[in-house]
Design a protein around this ligand. Structure first.
Ligand code: FUL
Length: 459
């Protein structure tokens, strides 16, 4: 088995460049932390705050902390649910836009310390980060820059407060794999009783350069997600529906205006490595609402999201909301488990492992010897050396002729474009004895480190 794997790996390592020549990197390149992050593939968001008790998605900032008194809050249950759904880590809303802190921050009274829960002695961030470590999941924090509670929001004093809170989160809870700075800001809020509109310039107000420096100093391996301010290590993909474009570059311009198209497709000649993170919720809302119990995403919907995120050179950040009781709802939990099982079932047998792979020019031929049925193709570039492939074709040898295969999930019909960290192409089941991939346009000789061919079971 190991020998077979090694043989396949060697074939692929030699694929498309002459053996013995160490290929030169094609910049921009990912950092080691960006590479580690991308290998996580899927991790969870958990949205939980006073909104859970008011039915809101965006709290105004004057909600009564006394509302927070879950009877069965169980962070270990959240972690188990996420783990069995295939999530490698959890990003937690330590503070959402309402300003309520899920940890006992020393800088405000608006936190768990002024709730009846555990007599004001509880710390959800602590319980969750501990539970993640116990179960081998990574932990990360969402800290909303927009704070609808704080009296100084919009003025310089708030930025100090924000950084003080960041320091607490980045020093008190062990390793943090990602820091999520939400760009949303609707302007209005309670703001200490002022109840008014406060507009800020998201590019200048928060002083991102200093805030980023703080993150780098306190958690040097954390990746920064930032929307609306300076370019972070990762980017939003322009939608919360759970898909990145089928053309998906991990590059962005370092500066200048950011458009939807840049976020959704990346920028082929961008000058910084800034891959897309695809965030979506397992329900319509980010926070729990009982009225949405019947609207948990179905298995086919989740699989579609998987192919359009992990299968398009992105990661999947999938949100599981916590119920007022303090646990993740059983419907979400079971759906998460079914999702993981469905993903595993697709990738259980790589038909390319038993095939003979040969390369010729810019093509690789996968010869299965006999006709086999398949409906998924997977390719991975060695992105440590840069993202190279611009366009490729796939053809199946059926009844003595090459039949072109196209992506049935494609939105634009531009043919097959980027590969990057991982590209999965879905097509109706075909029975063929050979499969051929041809890179028709690339920035430099492509380096594909893995090829996969699978038969996904019917859902
Ligand atoms: C958005 C927020 O406004 C939502 O409430 C949620 O937290 C989502 C993940 O990001 O920008």
């Amino acid at each position: 088995m190991a020998g077979k794997f090694l043989r396949a790996a060697m074939v692929l390592a030699a694929f498309f460049y002459v053996a013995g020549c160490q290929p030169a990197p094609v910049g921009p390149l990912p950092t080691a932390d960006q590479l580690r992050w991308q290998d996580m593939d899927m991790y969870a968001f958990i949205h939980y705050s006073l909104n859970t008790y008011t039915g809101e998605e965006w709290g105004y900032g004057n909600e009564d902390p006394a509302l927070f008194n879950p009877e069965n809050l169980d962070c270990r249950q959240w972690v188990r649910v996420c783990k069995q759904a295939g999530m490698k880590g959890i990003i937690f809303t330590a503070k959402h836009h309402c300003g309520f802190c899920m940890w006992p921050s020393a800088y405000t009274d608006y936190s768990v310390k002024n709730t009846p829960w555990k007599g004001g002695k509880g710390d959800v961030v602590k319980e969750l980060s501990d539970a993640c470590r116990e179960e081998g999941l990574k932990f990360a924090v969402y800290l909303s820059p927009w704070d609808r509670h704080h009296p100084e929001y919009g003025r310089p004093a708030y930025v100090d407060y924000f950084r003080n809170q960041l320091r607490e989160l980045l020093t008190g809870y062990g390793d943090i794999f990602e820091v999520w700075f939400d760009g949303a800001n609707g302007g209005d809020g309670w703001y200490g009783g002022a109840s008014e509109m406060r507009r800020i310039n998201a590019k200048t107000y928060y002083g991102w350069a200093d805030t980023f420096r703080l993150v780098r100093e306190l958690q040097p391996h954390a990746v920064i997600w930032n929307d609306g301010g300076d370019r972070g290590d990762l980017r939003w993909v322009g939608t919360e529906a759970g898909n990145v474009g089928e053309t998906s570059w991990s590059l962005m311009p370092a500066e200048g205006e950011t458009t939807y198209a840049m976020l959704h497709y990346g920028v082929e000649d961008g000058d910084v490595w800034c891959p897309g993170e695809t965030n979506t919720s397992i329900r319509p809302g980010w926070f729990y609402h009982a009225a949405e119990d019947e609207q948990v995403k179905t298995l086919p919907e989740l699989m579609d999201i998987y192919y359009k995120s992990v299968g398009r050179n992105s990661t999947l950040l999938l949100n599981f909301p916590v119920t007022p009781d303090g646990r993740i709802h059983p419907v979400d939990s079971l759906r998460g488990l079914a999702f993981k099982q469905a993903v595993d079932a697709v990738f259980k047998v790589n038909l390319a492992d038993a095939a003979r792979i040969t390369r010729k020019g810019s093509s690789a031929l996968i010869d299965f010897h006999n006709p086999v049925s398949f409906n998924r193709f997977l390719a991975e570039e060695d992105i440590a050396l840069g993202q190279r492939v611009k366009k490729f074709t796939l053809e199946a040898w059926v009844d003595g002729a090459w039949i072109p295969l196209s992506d049935e999930l494609a939105e634009k019909g531009d043919g097959l474009t980027t590969i990057g960290h991982r590209r999965i192409v879905c097509f109706p089941t075909v029975k063929a004895s050979k499969l051929r991939i041809t890179v028709t346009d690339a920035k430099a000789k492509p380096i594909l480190k893995k090829l996969g061919v699978y038969l996904a079971p019917e859902l």
